[in-house]
Design a protein around this ligand. Structure first.
Ligand code: CAA
Length: 417
C-alpha cells in the first residue's frame, strides 16, 4: 500500500525586484548602504524559516531537495544541494540534491520529496530559490532562454520567453479564443491580489483595466520582433524576481514522531510530472504536457476539476493562465477566458486562482515558484493569508507549475484535514 505524504508547512521569503519598495537599485535611498539578499542568504532564510514555522528540528530532516534553474548564470553558484546542507549544522552530511526543470524546478523538488516519502522517507525538506536581479532584464532574457530549445528558439527575440508567449497570444486571438480585454482582466486580477499581499513583488504597483488593455509608455510593447511586438505588453509578463521558499513534507510516521497528527497537515492526494518534447512544438492553442500531468493527477486523486476550491497556476504570462484553465479542465478548450469574464477565478469567485498575485503579481523567482505555489494553497487552507484570505477556507486545492513553454509540468492536488 502506498504511503501518504503530507505538507506540514513552510516559509516564503518576500519576493522582490524592480518596483518593490525594499529592493535596492540605483535610485533607492538605501543604495550604497544595503544590498539585496544573495542566493545563499535567500536559501538560508527559507530553510531556517521553514524549520521555525513548523517546529521541526533540523536533526529530524532525513533528506532534502532544492529546485533552482540557473544559479550558475545569475549568481555564479551551482552545487546547491550542499548549500542546503550548509544552512544548519544538523543538516550537514544528510542527502541533499538539486533538481532542475526550468521554471518547474521547484515543482520537481516537491515531486521528488513526495516520491521519497512514498518510498520510505519520513521527514523531507523541499526548497526552491532563484536570484535574477543581478543581470538586466535583457541579459536575464538570454539566461532564461535556456529553458527553451536554445539552438532553435533563442533567435526569436532578445526576450525569448516573452516572444514565445506573444506567439501564443497572437494564435489564441486569431482563433477567437481570447481578446485584449481578457488578458487585461488576468493582469488586473494578478496586481489587485498582489496589492493585498505583503510578500508580493508588485505589492505597491497598481494596474487598472485601461492601462492593461492597450500599449502605452506606462505599459510598453517591448519586443524587438516586429511581428510579435504588438501582441505582448509589460502588463502581460511575470516579474524578474528574487526569492525563495521551503516546505517540510512528511509521512504519517513522520507526523507521529514529530508529535503531530494528519489534522495538523495538508495531504498530498496527487503529485504528477510530465515532460514534453523540447525539440518540437505542439500547437499554440493548448498545453498538452500540462494536460497529461493533470489527467494523471485526476486519476490518482479520484477527483475532478469541479472539486477544486483554490488553485495556483503558472501564469508566467497572462495567456498562460488562460491556457492552464483549459489544460486543467477548469474550462473547455477555447473557453478559459470565460472564467475571467465571469469573475469565477477572483478572490470571491467559485474557483479562486492565484490568490496572492500569481507569477505576474507575486513575482517569479523561477526555481522558487513551484514551492511557493504549494505553500500558498496550504496557507489558504490554514487561514494564514491575511488580506487575501478567502472567506471560506478551501479544503481541496491544486497547483500547476510549468517549465519552458509547456515542456515540463507538475500538477499537485492537496487536501486539508
Ligand atoms: N517604451 C518602449 N520600450 C520600452 C519602454 C518604453 N516606455 N520601457 C522599457 N522598454 C523596453 C526596452 O527595450 C527595455 O530594454 P533595455 O533596458 O535594454 O532598453 C526593455 O523594454 C525592458 O525594460 P526594463 O528593463 O526597464 O523593464 P523591466 O525591468 O520592468 O522588465 C520585462 C520588464 C522585460 C517585461 C521583464 O519583467 C521580463 O522580462 N519579464 C518576463 C520574465 C520571464 O520571461 N520569466 C520567465 C517566464 S517563462 C516560464 O515561467 C517558463 C520557463 O521555464 C522559463
Amino acid at each position: 500500500m502506498s504511503r501518504t505524504a503530507y505538507v506540514l508547512g513552510g516559509h516564503i521569503t518576500p519576493f522582490i525586484g524592480k518596483r518593490h519598495p525594499d529592493f535596492i537599485w540605483k535610485n533607492h535611498p538605501d543604495f550604497g548602504t544595503r544590498t539585496n539578499p544573495t542566493l545563499e542568504a535567500s536559501i538560508q532564510a527559507a530553510v531556517l524559516g521553514a524549520l521555525e514555522a513548523t517546529g521541526v528540528p533540523a536533526s529530524a530532516v532525513q533528506k532534502g531537495w532544492i529546485g533552482n534553474f540557473v544559479g550558475e548564470l545569475f549568481s555564479s553558484q551551482g552545487h546547491l544541494g550542499a548549500a542546503v546542507a550548509g544552512c544548519h549544522a544538523d543538516l550537514k552530511h544528510k542527502p541533499m540534491m538539486r533538481v532542475e526543470g526550468a521554471c518547474a524546478s521547484g515543482g520537481l523538488a516537491f515531486a521528488s520529496a513526495v516520491e521519497s516519502i512514498r518510498a520510505g522517507t519520513d521527514v523531507a525538506l523541499v526548497v526552491g530559490a532563484e536570484i535574477q536581479t543581478t543581470a538586466s532584464a535583457r541579459t536575464g532574457g538570454d539566461y532564461l532562454a535556456r529553458a527553451s530549445h536554445y539552438a532553435r528558439q533563442r533567435g526569436l527575440d532578445d526576450f525569448t520567453f516573452p516572444a514565445m508567449f506573444a506567439r501564443r497570444i497572437k494564435a489564441m486571438t486569431e482563433a477567437g479564443h481570447v481578446d485584449a480585454d481578457d488578458l487585461a482582466r488576468a493582469s488586473v486580477k494578478a496586481y489587485a491580489n498582489a496589492n493585498r499581499n505583503p510578500l508580493a513583488h508588485m505589492q505597491a504597483v497598481t494596474m487598472d483595466f485601461d492601462t492593461a488593455r492597450t500599449a502605452s509608455d506606462r505599459n510598453p510593447a517591448f519586443l524587438g520582433n516586429e511581428d510579435l511586438k504588438p501582441w505582448l505588453k509589460v502588463s502581460d509578463c511575470s516579474q524578474v524576481s528574487d526569492g525563495a521558499a521551503a516546505a517540510i513534507v512528511v509521512s504519517e510516521e513522520g507526523l507521529r514522531a514529530l508529535g503531530r497528527t494528519p489534522a495538523d497537515a495538508v495531504e498530498v492526494l496527487a503529485c504528477e510530472v510530465a515532460a514534453g518534447d523540447l525539440f518540437t512544438d505542439d500547437d499554440m492553442l493548448s498545453m498538452p504536457t500540462t494536460r497529461a500531468a493533470a489527467d494523471r493527477a485526476w486519476a490518482a486523486s479520484g477527483l475532478t476539476p469541479s472539486d477544486i476550491q483554490v488553485a495556483e497556476v503558472h501564469d508566467c504570462f497572462t495567456i498562460a493562465e488562460i491556457l492552464m484553465y483549459e489544460a486543467l479542465g477548469f474550462a473547455e478548450p477555447g473557453h478559459g477566458r470565460d472564467l475571467l469574464r465571469d469573475g469565477a477565478t477572483d478572490l470571491s469567485g467559485r474557483i479562486p486562482v492565484n490568490t496572492g498575485g500569481g507569477l505576474v503579481g507575486f513575482g517569479h523567482p523561477v526555481g522558487a515558484t513551484g514551492v511557493k505555489q504549494i505553500l500558498e494553497v496550504v496557507r489558504q487552507m490554514e487561514g494564514a493569508c491575511g488580506d487575501y484570505q478567502l472567506a471560506t477556507r478551501p479544503e481541496v486545492g491544486l497547483c500547476a507549475n510549468m517549465g519552458g513553454d509547456d515542456k515540463t509540468a507538475v500538477v499537485s492536488i492537496l487536501r486539508h484535514g
